[in-house]
Write a protein that binds this ligand. Structure first.
Ligand code: ZN
Length: 292
């Protein structure tokens, strides 16, 4: 297992972590500059932040600073209530692949979606099996396109508390079943993003990481699970502040040959987004060295 205690060469910042500074939106170019100042060599930006700043602006910044993208957030949200919705999702996902290519991201992260309409507060139906079929079909279509562009797709299983509104793929096992069905020869075109926040509780986690193998381990996301957790979406903890044994899980992914970035991804409306982003980034560096 790599020793992270001496430097932060393998730290990546998911830019949602500093989406706000002292409660105010922080534009992506500012985030990038703050990362570069600290010798952080990789980021994983969100589409809304890229769009707000302009894709070409961000692309130039990334290239001029020699930054790597440990991923691009995000594609997915495949299920829809009707054919027009499916078509819109397909088109938007192709666009996400194009943007990821422009930014030379290592993968496009997929949060696959749950029951259509649930995220907006009104689910169109209760048929989660239907959603899972639509996810399968949506990834199958997108994979053909992504392969033609050379952009790997990383399915990110989300904690079951998000099954209704964000992802009906909730375990690594489910994600790998999709990979086996759509990319049986394990080309690396389709794999998974292992986010400790979503999968730490899973009794099958170690065995499913072994099943994943190096070719399908496309991204590794870290933060911590707080007790108590006061908000289902925006109360993630800083590494070391919660109950996840992050080094143990990193050991499992590295035993498979994973040698990429540890991407810090913290949504924290009441705590970290209220602090100055400089303090948050400095804390990420320190905790990357101590607690990852
Ligand atoms: Zn994640």
């Amino acid at each position: 297992m790599r020793n992270f205690s001496q430097n932060h060469e393998w730290l990546s910042i998911n830019t949602a972590t500093v989406r706000k500074s002292r409660g105010v939106d922080l534009p992506l170019p500012h985030i990038i500059e703050a990362c570069v100042e600290r010798g952080i060599g990789a980021i994983s930006p969100w589409r809304d932040q890229v769009v707000a700043a302009g894709l070409s602006v961000i692309s130039k910044m990334v290239k001029s600073h020699g930054l790597k993208l440990s991923g691009y957030c995000r594609g997915g949200m495949f299920p829809a209530a009707d054919a027009a919705g499916i078509q819109a999702s397909d088109l938007d996902n192709r666009k996400a692949v194009d943007e990821a290519c422009e930014l030379s991201a290592q993968c496009l992260v997929l949060v696959v979606g749950g029951l259509p309409g649930a995220l907006a507060g009104q689910a169109a139906h209760k048929n989660i099996e239907l959603s899972r079929h639509q996810v399968h079909d949506g990834i199958a279509k997108l994979l053909e396109y992504a392969k033609s562009c050379g952009m790997p797709l990383a399915i990110e299983p989300l904690h079951p508390m998000y099954a209704a509104d964000r992802s009906c793929v909730n375990t690594l096992e489910q994600a790998l079943d999709i990979c086996d069905a759509l990319d049986p020869s394990k080309t690396g075109a389709l794999g998974v993003a292992v986010d400790v926040y979503h999968v730490w509780w899973d009794p099958k986690l170690e065995s499913q990481i072994v099943r994943t193998g190096k070719n399908r381990l496309l991204a590794f996301h870290v933060c911590d699970w707080l007790t108590p957790t006061t908000d289902l979406l925006n109360d993630r903890g800083m590494m070391g502040d919660g109950v996840i044994d992050i080094p143990k899980i990193r050991g499992w992914v590295e035993a498979q040959g994973f040698n990429g970035y540890s991407e810090v991804e913290i949504f924290s409306a009441a705590h970290w987004w209220q602090k100055d982003h400089a303090e948050v980034l400095d804390t990420c560096i320190a905790r990357h060295q101590q607690s990852v």
